[in-house]
Design a protein around this ligand. Structure first.
Ligand code: AMP
Ligand code: ZN
Length: 143
């Protein structure tokens, strides 16, 4: 089920060119045109899903199974010193293409690749707070 107006569906169909890294019945992987660092790769499901929220377990299973395989191939090919695996969901979190994708971002030096820039707040949460937060999320899990 591909979406006519989706750029990644067009890439899967061959209507927009891409530098293909890997393909099977369920998954397509290709170089991100922005190349944040050399080998920056996107892994996408062939069935269109908007993002992680809309992705059923069967599609996730096929997609995520390929992440370590392609990450190891990228490591072997270019020998990065580290690798960030990133998935952005919804515009405020940086999603700009609304077809689920996993970024593989090889890290070659402190300045080359993705930089983690988050504030930590461990001093603001007690063990009880953490238990309550965990329980609330757990109660919302739908199997
Ligand atoms: P995100 O911002 O997480 O939604 O990532 C979307 C990514 O898709 C960006 O890093 C873009 O550089 C990449 N992108 C957009 N169009 C193309 C294209 N035609 N070929 C390869 N990568 C693309
Ligand atoms: Zn799509």
């Amino acid at each position: 089920m591909n979406h006519n107006d989706c750029i990644f569906c067009k890439i899967i169909n061959g209507n927009i060119p891409s530098a293909k890294v890997y393909e099977d019945d369920h998954v397509y992987a290709f170089l991100d045109i922005s190349q944040v660092s050399k080998g920056h790769t996107l892994i996408i499901p062939k069935i269109h899903t908007k993002n992680i929220y809309e992705t059923p377990p069967e599609i996730a299973k096929e997609l995520f199974a390929k992440v370590p395989i392609i990450a190891n191939a990228l490591k072997e090919a270019y020998n990065p010193i580290g690798m960030n695996v990133l998935n952005n969901n919804e515009a405020p979190a940086g999603q700009s293409v609304f077809h689920l994708h996993i970024h593989l971002l090889p890290k070659y030096s402190e300045s080359e690749g993705f930089s983690v820039n988050w504030k930590t707040h461990e001093d603001k949460y007690s063990a009880t707070d953490l238990q309550q937060i965990a329980e609330k999320i757990n109660e919302a899990i739908k199997n």
